[in-house]
Design a protein around this ligand. Structure first.
Ligand SMILES: Cc1cc2nc3c(=O)[nH]c(=O)nc-3n(C[C@H](O)[C@H](O)[C@H](O)COP(=O)(O)OP(=O)(O)OC[C@H]3O[C@@H](n4cnc5c(N)ncnc54)[C@H](O)[C@@H]3O)c2cc1C
Length: 473
């Protein structure tokens, strides 16, 4: 099929208004990634309105031998949702598929279409008196399809797990254009291989997620937030163990923030009034969700912090007195990426390591980078409760950030990823592989696992038309 006849077939599938091409539309929002690291060129952007239309689009592209790039909110951080620069790929944007198909309060599930923005999924659950706990700073723009395709993490993983753990079923359009309806709301189903778990985290390389059945939870009676200054990363890890013991399943957030990261927030957003950061190498943000009452949550928090102060794991702490104060503390944490951007480009890492090994990893890698690149600055923060650090490396204070990235990125990545491997960690904790890390994967992934992944890709997408070049280079 020629390009013009494919465009005609796509128009017939979804309607003229939903096939966008560069000669008539500005495609920047679809062709450029969130961090503006890559700009591709699409043959067309197609915006289907239903699963049937998605299937028709896939069939038309398969017939033409043209690759598809699935796209949700395009907030991914590893360059996975934008086309390459060949001008031969079709972007399949799910943004029009936003229906909440059903909520089953007794089964604690909801079924939503893939293009639903995460925040609207949270709101729909809340309107039904329930909680959908996936939460991340991009929640106003990212979609549930993208969250599942990347197995997103976020701030509540310590209690509720990643997107995978919150998904009971999927509807998927396969690489051949068939529709697999796996939308059962079952918590138990041992009838063979778990196809849902194949598609979750596959970053659009195996098929298109068109809908999902998600797990819901009761709303907590109270949510309290505390901010604690800790004297070392060892102390932060000791505080985490204490928090698990004192709060049990109430522990719903445990974030660590390094002094330099908080200093950037203080410098670039002074109105946010960062507490307790000046005299401490790290601060920790804790959240306690309680099913009884605010008094109960507060008493638990006070006992935890007293014990931690006595043991020397905490040097000072504040507990938010109101929801507004709690939001303000979370806002500081969520402003770290923006403060980094204000300071200039940096080399970003999203790594995970067993929690017990994080202090040794940080001590060793901080020293290694300081030795190899004198003056380098570390923006270290992340979801310590999940062993996940955003261990970002900023140019020395007088260095040119653009030049630093061009000259040092590959070397810094090798230093950091080798250290991660030595400590039994992963080079991508929650953002995925995309095209940014695809070339690194063979160096750090078990070769047998990589071989099995290639076999699965070939079996499900033999023509390599689903987001080619992503995950598996
Ligand atoms: C400010 C900010 C904060 C963030 N914080 C976090 C965080 O705390 N935790 C975290 O895990 N991530 C975080 N992210 C990155 C995260 O991966 C995305 O925000 C989100 O999960 C991606 O959703 P999306 O709809 O934007 O997907 P996109 O960016 O559009 O796509 C991401 C990948 O999924 C594929 N894809 C998208 N939709 C589908 C579909 N329906 N079917 C098949 N494949 C599909 C794409 O091809 C691509 O490979 C953050 C991003 C930003 C910008």
């Amino acid at each position: 099929m020629t390009a013009p006849s494919l465009i005609d077939a796509l128009r017939a599938a979804v309607g003229d208004a939903h096939v966008l091409t560069a000669d008539h539309h500005d495609l920047t929002a679809y062709e450029q990634d969130w961090r503006k690291r890559a700009r591709g060129r699409a043959l067309a952007v197609v915006r289907p309105g239903s699963t049937t239309e998605v299937a028709a689009v896939v069939k038309a592209c398969v017939a033409a031998g043209v690759a598809l790039v699935p796209q949700g909110g395009n907030t991914g951080l590893v360059v996975g949702s934008t086309p390459d620069d060949s001008g031969r790929q079709v972007v399949l944007n799910l943004g029009r598929m936003t229906a909440v198909r059903s909520i089953d309060a007794a089964n604690l599930t909801m079924t939503v279409e893939a293009g639903c923005v995460l925040q609207s999924v949270q709101e729909a659950a809340e309107q039904a008196g329930l909680l959908f706990p996936l939460s991340l700073a991009a929640e106003g723009s990212c979609t549930i399809g993208g969250n599942l395709a990347t197995n997103a993490g976020g701030t509540q993983v310590v209690r509720y797990g990643n997107a995978r753990d919150l998904c009971l079923g999927l509807e998927v359009v396969t690489a051949q254009g068939e529709v697999w309806n796996g939308l059962g709301g079952l918590r138990k189903d041992n009838t063979g291989y778990d196809l849902r778990d194949l598609f979750v985290g596959s970053e659009g390389t195996l098929g298109i997620i068109t809908a999902a059945t998600l797990k819901l939870y009761p709303q907590p009676a109270a949510q309290l937030t505390a901010w604690a200054a800790v004297p070392s990363m060892e102390a932060a890890v000791a505080l985490l163990a204490l928090a698990h013991r004192h709060l049990g399943p109430g522990l719903t957030g445990f974030e660590v923030m390094g002094q330099f990261a908080l200093g950037l927030v203080d410098r670039h957003f002074p109105q946010l009034r960062v507490p307790l950061w000046q005299d401490s190498p790290y601060c920790v943000l804790l959240e306690n969700s309680d099913s009884e009452s605010e008094e109960h949550a507060r008493a638990q928090f006070e006992r935890l912090l007293e014990t931690a102060l006595d043991a020397g794991h905490v040097t000072d702490a504040v507990v938010a007195e109101s929801l507004a104060q709690a939001h303000a503390l979370w806002h500081i944490r969520e402003s770290i990426p923006l403060a980094q951007a204000e300071e200039g480009l940096n080399i970003k890492h999203d790594i995970s390591i067993p929690v017990s090994r994080i202090p040794a990893f940080c001590a060793e890698t901080d020293a290694l980078l300081a030795r190899e690149i004198p003056g380098v600055r570390l923006v270290n923060f992340g979801h310590l409760g999940d062993g996940n650090l955003h261990y970002n490396v900023q140019a020395p204070v007088d260095g040119d950030p653009v030049r630093f990235l061009a000259e040092q990125e590959a070397r810094v990545n090798t230093l950091v990823f080798d250290a991660v491997a030595r400590h039994g960690g992963s080079i991508s904790a929650e953002h995925g592989v995309g095209s940014l890390k695809a070339a690194c994967l063979p160096h750090y992934k078990d070769p047998v696992a990589l071989g099995l992944m290639r076999s699965i890709k070939t079996a499900l997408d033999p023509q390599d038309l689903m987001n080619p070049g992503r995950v598996l280079a």
